[in-house]
Design a protein around this ligand. Structure first.
Ligand code: RAT
Ligand code: ZN
Length: 434
């Protein structure tokens, strides 16, 4: 074929408008399909590979004793907390099942999640007890279980929460327990920033001498400690959860640790730092993990961190619903800030909906809409099924509004936006191959 016999078609002529441009009536169906079929990179979970035996949490007893459900149990049962904690895990699960699923309608998001997971596995959520569910999970080999759950959830990769200050977890890393190629590490360091006293004791005990004063030698010990753990874990980011009272800068040990230890480490290893802000730990300590609460955070502190440290990248998730708009505004000011997820008490459809709407309106497709925070493997199934449903509804309304304004929309555009939201925004920010 020569140039003169056939000229290449002009871009416009190569399109068949009726086939390529979606009509308003087709948008919802197409968005739902693409959101359902696009795999997710789950950027914050509490998953572990099966080789981290005791930390690998899966199956019906773990699902039903999720701390969100423990909090709900005490609102519907007269059982006392001491009596509850003295029970074995299967006894606790039986009580929660009977209370929240047999005697009551499982209306809450956390309850509905168990129903969703059971249905996905073909188990009867109306069962009077957990016998059949226990039998079902008993025979799944852990690696098959992991694969099956990820497939049912449409999750390609998960980021773990790897607490370097937890001796039980550290022991697995030190013993060289096998990693899983789809489970990536995140170096979590709450004590370092929230309790220097405790952190310095742990550092010294592990051979990284650190005094209670954060002097030069303590700084270099803590940096060596982080360097060594980064070398061992190869994390995609470092992370901390911070109380609602977090302020930056201030005259606390935390600001010093940030400035002298954590931020330089992030720059040297080219690692983003994930800030999860707004927790009020142990509001009701008798409930243990279920007793944490929420407080209003200071988003301007995050803005100052981003402004003063342009060579660091920050991921941020804030727990209070009231902080979400400020986080969007701050993200518009700083490209080194990536908002992610609808965290913990925000992981409910009504709230995901409003947060996703405001993020789309203020940030386009430049954010990470959700993470599962799954503590129990099987939860990724419901957390993602529920989130996908709401994210699709938000996106549908955004695209339909765009159509009303005269935009011509194609499936390719939707695919590219959803891939950014579910995969590539995180991959690019964390330096993972796209
Ligand atoms: O959502 C949760 O399960 C919380 O207990 C926390 O794990 C929280 O997500 C965190 O990472 O601190
Ligand atoms: Zn978490």
């Amino acid at each position: 074929m020569t140039e003169t016999t056939q000229a290449p078609p002009k871009p416009d002529e190569s399109k068949k408008p009726d086939e390529q441009h979606l009509e308003d009536k087709d948008v919802a169906r197409e968005v739902e399909r693409i959101v359902r079929e696009t795999p997710v990179f789950d950027v914050h979970t509490h998953q572990y590979p099966p080789s981290f035996r005791k930390l690998f949490s899966a199956g019906i007893d773990d699902l039903v004793t999720y701390h969100y459900l423990i909090a709900e149990l005490f609102r519907s049962s007269a059982v006392g907390v001491d009596a509850f904690w003295s029970m074995s895990k299967p006894e606790q699960a039986d009580l929660i099942w009977d209370t929240l699923f047999v005697r009551n309608t499982p209306l809450s998001e956390a309850c509905r999640g168990v129903v969703c997971v059971m249905s996905a596995y073909g188990l009867d959520p109306h069962a009077p007890d957990l016998k059949a569910a226990r039998e079902f999970f008993e025979f799944i080999e852990p690696n098959d279980h992991l694969e099956q759950a990820m497939r049912l959830a449409g999750v390609s990769d998960m980021v773990m929460t790897n607490d370097v200050f937890n001796p039980e977890e550290a022991a697995y890393w030190e013993s060289g327990a096998a990693r899983h190629p789809k489970l990536h590490a995140a170096l979590r360091m709450d004590p370092l920033l929230n309790s220097w006293e405790q952190a310095s004791e742990t550092l010294s005990r592990r051979g990284y001498q650190a005094t209670r004063d954060i002097d030069d030698s303590a700084v270099s010990s803590a940096r060596r400690f982080l360097d060594d753990w980064i070398e061992r874990m190869k994390p995609l980011y470092m992370a901390v959860s911070l109380p609602a009272e977090f302020r930056y800068p201030d005259d606390s040990a935390r600001t010093k640790v940030m400035q002298d230890i954590v931020l330089p480490t992030g720059r040297e290893h080219n690692l983003p730092f994930a800030l999860m802000v707004g927790v009020r730990r142990a509001a009701n300590p008798t409930l243990r993990d279920a007793g944490d609460s929420v407080g209003y955070a200071d988003v301007s502190s995050i803005g100052r961190l981003c402004r003063e440290n342009p060579d660091n990248r920050f991921l941020a998730s804030i727990l209070s619903r009231e902080n979400q708009h400020e986080l969007c505004v701050t993200s518009r000011k700083f490209a080194n800030l990536m908002p992610f997820g609808c965290w913990w008490f925000l992981n409910n459809p009504s709230i995901i909906r409003e947060i996703t709407d405001e993020r789309l309106e203020m940030l386009g497709a430049t954010f990470i809409p959700q993470h599962s925070d799954a503590r129990i493997l099987d939860q990724i199934i419901y957390k993602w099924q529920h989130s996908r449903y709401t994210i699709a509804a938000s996106l549908t309304d955004s695209y339909r509004a765009l159509l009303r304004d005269g935009w011509r929309l194609t499936s390719d555009q939707i695919e590219s936006d959803v891939t950014r939201l579910f995969q590539n925004n995180f991959r690019r920010f964390a330096g993972v191959a796209v």
